[in-house]
Design a binder for this molecule. Structure first.
Ligand code: CA2
Length: 149
């Protein structure tokens, strides 16, 4: 049997994780987050690809590619595009791949402009404020969810 494929998409500036603003985003690097997620995927017998892009159009292209690859679920941190990107919202709606929206920080404790998301009402679940563990919780949820159906 072919293993189910999941994707993790990281939005703009998240390639700088662990290098700046550790008081908000912690000291774990993106590489370390992806390494933990790959270990979880291996243990759970699923395939995983992690992508990071700094540009809105590049992220839209990746969402389209996910559909073409037959991805079963996406864990996405759209970063600042959370609060601005109708293009990414439309792409996720169009491909209809179940996704979990993850934020490292608790956006609701922060500036009012971070309280608005263009993704949350389409998401299977929204996780914020758990730090890097939010990605693991999101991936675990999507893997288990697929096993039930
Ligand atoms: O809390 C999150 O995960 C956010 O999605 C992170 C975004 C922010 O715009 C959202 O409101 C909440 C920002 C990511 C920027 O990442 C950096 C990492 C290291 C240094 C500087 C920025």
């Amino acid at each position: 049997m072919v293993a189910r494929l999941f994707w993790v998409l990281h939005g703009p500036n998240l390639n700088r994780l662990g290098l700046r603003e550790p008081e908000i985003y912690g000291s774990t690097t993106l590489e370390e987050i992806n390494r933990r997620l790959h270990a979880m995927a291996l243990a759970d017998g699923v395939e995983l690809d992690c992508h990071q892009h700094n540009h809105e159009g590049g992220l839209v292209d990746l969402i389209h590619q996910a559909a073409a690859r037959g991805v079963h679920g996406i864990v996405i941190n759209p970063a600042a595009y959370t609060h601005t990107s109708i293009a990414m919202r439309d792409a996720l709606a169009a491909v209809a791949i179940p996704f979990v929206e993850v934020h490292i920080s608790n956006v609701h404790r922060r500036e009012p402009f971070r309280h608005q998301s263009y993704f949350s009402d389409l998401a299977e679940a929204v996780i914020c404020g758990l730090g890097p563990e939010g990605y693991e919780a999101g991936l675990k949820f999507l893997i288990r969810r697929g096993q039930k159906s």
